[in-house]
Design a protein around this ligand. Structure first.
Ligand code: 9D3
Length: 262
């Protein structure tokens, strides 16, 4: 985490024109996307960004990720971050004061309306709008992203009402907290930063850009424990291969994600 080394550069990075008009000849001239995670488990993220594309993006100075302990913004002796829900009910709710204080110290704003353009304050919660590739693209254009990880039975609703610019869920399943969701959001966002991917792939050739899942891929050996590779892929017939890939992708989409075809 927070590995920033402007001298480390893996490969020549392309010139980019940024949508908000920030001029940039090279990646090295770009300010990194600053990501601040607010969590009661900062250690959860200790090695999470030390691998693959995110590690490279950190090393190249494209992104600067820091996890902060919410307890830093408590003022009582026991650093209490939660309390019992008004109206009764099981479990504990994260209190508003430390979260508002954390966001204010990290962004300068303590209300949604005063968050500077180019910054997003994201509450990760099961009640949020779905996280999508399109939201990841918006986040990748920001200068700062603050991710608030919920826990317990929830977060005082005034955070969603008055502080966060976005309330986001990563899908319809129950997590034990927002931390894994923060990893997902950071991963999907970081790889969209200009220069984060090597020359091998572009952000355009994504599974979701043509509305179909990727086609199946195979590599050697041609026979593995009597499991074979489709013959057409071994022919060098490029038109036949292209047709097979389109059909296989459509078939796979119909089987696994029929919702994408409607
Ligand atoms: C809807 C469930 N809530 C009813 C009492 C309780 C609750 C369950 C799980 C409250 C918080 C959580 C912790 N989950 C997250 O913070 C979370 C989450 C998720 O559970 N699913 C998908 N996306 C996300 S983003 C944050």
């Amino acid at each position: 985490m927070s590995v920033r080394s402007p001298t480390v550069r893996e490969g020549q990075l392309p010139a980019v024109a940024l949508p908000d008009g920030r001029a940039s000849d090279t990646e090295s001239a770009m300010k990194p996307l600053r990501v601040d995670i607010i969590t009661i488990f900062p250690d959860y993220f200790r090695e999470a960004f030390d691998y693959g594309i995110i590690r490279r993006a950190c090393a190249a100075g494209l992104i600067d990720i820091q996890a902060h302990d919410l307890r830093l913004w408590t003022s009582d002796r026991h650093h209490v971050v939660d309390d019992r829900p008004f109206g009764g009910g099981d479990g504990m709710v994260l209190k508003p004061e430390p979260i508002f204080a954390a966001v204010e110290s990290l962004t300068g704003a303590n209300r949604r309306e005063s968050i500077a353009a180019g910054k997003r304050v994201v509450l990760l919660s099961p009640q949020g709008k779905p996280f999508t590739q399109s939201l990841a693209s918006e986040f990748a254009k920001c200068e700062q992203l603050v991710l608030i990880c919920g826990r317990y039975e929830g977060v005082d609703e005034r955070v969603a009402e008055a502080l966060a610019s976005d309330e986001v869920s990563i899908g319809d399943y129950v997590l034990s907290g927002g931390e894994p969701a923060a990893l997902v959001v950071i991963d999907a966002t970081a790889r969209l930063l200009p220069g984060a991917l090597g020359s091998e792939t572009s952000a355009a050739d994504e599974s979701f850009s043509d509305g179909l899942l990727d086609c199946p891929q195979y590599t050697r050996p041609t026979d593995f424990e009597s499991l074979s590779v489709p013959d057409v892929l071994l022919t060098g017939n490029h038109a036949g291969i292209a047709r097979w890939r389109r059909e296989a992708a459509a078939e796979k989409t119909k089987r696994n994600r029929p919702d994408l075809l409607k």
